[in-house]
Design a protein around this ligand. Structure first.
Ligand SMILES: Cc1cc2nc3c(=O)[nH]c(=O)nc-3n(C[C@H](O)[C@H](O)[C@H](O)COP(=O)(O)OP(=O)(O)OC[C@H]3O[C@@H](n4cnc5c(N)ncnc54)[C@H](O)[C@@H]3O)c2cc1C
Length: 386
């Protein structure tokens, strides 16, 4: 790294929540002599937290999409391209064959969704974990008049622990609105032992009760192995027929992270849980691509609220280092997640995920104010940062 007040370049890899918040915050903290470069293979940012509202028809895809180029008006240098290689020792990356070197590197490349690891899943099912998938699923939910909707998590670990349960609640509400719910069964088969398990048994039990109260059948610890047309096959030998399959895909570490010196077990980035600095000075990893193991032995859930909080810490740390100021407080593991339950209501699970021996998380029961809280979270990301 150069001496603190010489012009510095910060390379931010990934234009999802973590990358966008980091780049914006750095731009606000640093004057224009310093460069902030943001790289993403996509031209557009889409907000995953709103995909389920696209599924239900409460949002259009355009309402939850913003061109990343908009950030250029704030002085962020936006590059569209694929990060093919990361060399953390040199703080350099290869983007579409071209080398780019920075004084600081922030890796926020998310998690790869890997439905192809379960044969038949992508071909026969519809995922609510992509924008186009959520839109197509919405069309199917508008057509189904009888039969069974199977909501499934295809692996115990996935992005946003609340999302598949929100999906089930919102599908239930949508079918009620269409007045076909008495003819369409909604069942959730989950690979994990309970909803939002990292949040503890009280939260998990409360979400299970909410499912039961809506007549949604729940079968946990049930791992899908393959899908054959309209039949889901499970590891315990059970076959479950369905008319519509809505799924949360498994995830894996981004290949480019796994191939770099940043990766620990499983190929995920390793970083200090408070500073988010990796083993390489000036190189930080935040958001879904980082594996932070909690005191209870499970990973910190992959959620935008954590990517957002970590981005602020890392941007402030880099800016403070460049400006010769003292470092800010680190990421403290606090955060919360809304869980939409239908009919413009949401619950909110929040607390201290770094608590020892286990996270201390409470669930506020569903209400309209919390639904408005989720709308405010959405608008904050889309208006403040993009
Ligand atoms: C259906 C659903 C609902 C959710 N709801 C919520 C919610 O209500 N609240 C919440 O907090 N979280 C929610 N999440 C989780 C949240 O979306 C993620 O945790 C968050 O997006 C993580 O941010 P990130 O910056 O780490 O990664 P991402 O937002 O995934 O961004 C990673 C970026 O890196 C880019 N990229 C990846 N590889 C490369 C490469 N090689 N070259 C160039 N670019 C690359 C990608 O294109 C992407 O833009 C939800 C997720 C889903 C799927």
């Amino acid at each position: 790294m150069a001496t603190p007040m010489s012009p510095q370049t910060v390379l931010v890899l990934g234009g999802g929540i973590g990358g966008v918040v980091t780049a914006n915050r750095l731009r606000r903290r640093l004057d224009r002599r310093h460069r902030v470069v943001l790289v993403d293979r996509e031209q557009d940012f889409t907000l995953a937290a709103s995909y389920l509202w696209v599924m239900t028809g409460h949002r259009t895809p355009a309402q939850v999409t913003r061109p990343l180029r908009r950030l250029e008006r704030r002085g962020i240098d936006v590059r569209t391209g694929t990060v093919e290689r990361i060399d953390p020792a040199e703080r350099s990356v290869v983007i579409d064959g071209k080398v780019l070197t920075g004084d600081y590197l922030v890796v926020s490349l998310g998690a790869q969704q890997t439905p192809e690891t379960i044969p038949g899943l992508a071909e026969e099912g519809h995922t609510f974990a992509t924008l186009t998938g959520a839109q197509r699923l919405g069309v199917e939910l508008g057509r189904i008049d009888s039969g069974r909707v199977l909501v499934a998590t295809a692996s115990p670990v996935y992005r946003c622990p609340a999302a598949p349960y929100e999906a089930a609640f919102l599908i239930d509400a949508l079918l009620r609105r269409r007045q076909v719910r008495d003819r369409v069964e909604v069942v959730v088969h989950a690979a994990e032992p309970g909803p939002m398990g990292v949040a503890g048994p009280t939260v998990s039990g409360a979400v299970t009760n909410l499912l039961a109260a809506r007549g949604i059948t729940y079968r946990p610890s049930h791992q899908i192995t393959r899908i054959e047309r309209d039949l889901a096959r499970f590891a315990d030998g059970q076959d479950v027929p369905f008319d519509l399959l809505a799924y949360m895909p498994p995830i894996a570490a981004p290949t480019v992270v796994g191939d770099s010196g940043l990766a620990g077990p499983g190929g995920w980035s390793e970083a200090d849980r408070h500073t988010l600095q990796t083993g390489y000075p000036g190189v930080y990893a935040i958001g879904d691509n980082v594996q932070i193991t909690l005191a209870m032995g499970k990973p910190l859930p992959r959620a935008g609220v954590f990517a957002h909080a970590q981005a602020l810490v890392v941007a402030d740390t880099i800016a403070a280092t460049i400006l010769g100021r003292s470092a800010p407080a680190g990421f403290n593991g606090h955060g919360g997640c809304f869980i939409e339950t239908g009919d413009a209501r949401a619950g909110y699970g929040s607390g201290d995920f770094y608590a020892d021996p286990a996270p201390r998380v409470a669930l506020r029961p569903p209400g309209r104010a919390l639904h408005l809280g989720k709308v405010a979270f959405e608008q904050n990301v889309l208006r403040r940062w993009l």
